[in-house]
Design a protein around this ligand. Structure first.
Ligand code: OGA
Ligand code: MN
Length: 210
């Protein structure tokens, strides 16, 4: 299985990822798949299968909605639907390119659907916990229809190179994939006026823990 986005688009994006530490790939998957994945997320929500996300890890997990307000559903390894399976296959193809280009030893990709209700946020955070560096590259695919700048809900990525302004705001446009180095960029999800859908994932290295 290969990537559906054009190879030139991908290779340009990977150059940018190497240079800046983050990149944005629009129309990463076909528009029909965006529609299908969004309705699958809605169906999971209607069936009560999306769960309020917790912060912290291991023994210290807790739900604190004013810090992190999304509800999530983790995908199975093979995906439950054709579109989920295709997306995971695309990400595995991308994982191979990342390993080759970045000399990484990524061994898996994990991801969950996320739904933010209007007003929900995820305050500034890093995707790596102290002492747990398995998450190397964050990958967020947005599943929203006709998202407008007024709708808000940007991913705010804080830059670490002294740039002014010190952040970029990325709109969660349907089909857009954002990749960034998990250990390097603090980021947050700003409040939106509409429900905000995504498939959020991480390329991981093998666990260092014994
Ligand atoms: C996360 C996250 C960003 C986004 O789930 O860790 O930062 O734009 N998501 O949804
Ligand atoms: Mn994050």
């Amino acid at each position: 299985m290969t990537l559906t986005a054009p190879a030139t688009l991908i290779s340009h994006a990977l150059d940018q990822l190497a240079e800046l530490g983050y990149t944005i790939i629009d129309d990463f998957i076909p528009a029909a798949d965006v529609v299908a994945l969004r309705s699958q997320a809605k169906a999971l929500q209607d069936e009560g299968l999306m769960h309020q996300a917790a912060i912290g890890h291991d023994m210290h997990q807790q739900v604190v909605r004013r810090i992190r307000g999304d509800a999530t559903y983790w995908l199975d390894d093979d995906g439950n639907t054709a579109e989920q399976a295709q997306y995971l296959a695309s990400m595995h193809a991308l994982q191979q390119e990342l390993n080759r280009d970045f000399f990484l030893a990524l061994v898996e990709f994990e991801c969950h659907f996320a739904i933010y209700r209007p007003g929900a946020v995820y305050l500034r955070h890093l995707d790596q916990f102290i002492g747990q560096q398995e998450r190397q590259i964050s990958a967020v695919l947005y599943l929203n229809e006709h998202w407008q700048p007024d709708d808000g809900g940007e991913l705010r990525l804080y830059l670490d190179n002294g740039a002014v302004p010190d952040h970029v705001d990325i709109l969660p446009l349907g089909g857009r994939l954002v990749l960034f180095m998990s250990g390097r960029f603090y980021h947050e999800v700003l409040a939106a006026r509409r429900e905000r859908f995504s498939l959020t994932g991480w390329f991981r290295t093998r666990s260092q823990a014994l």
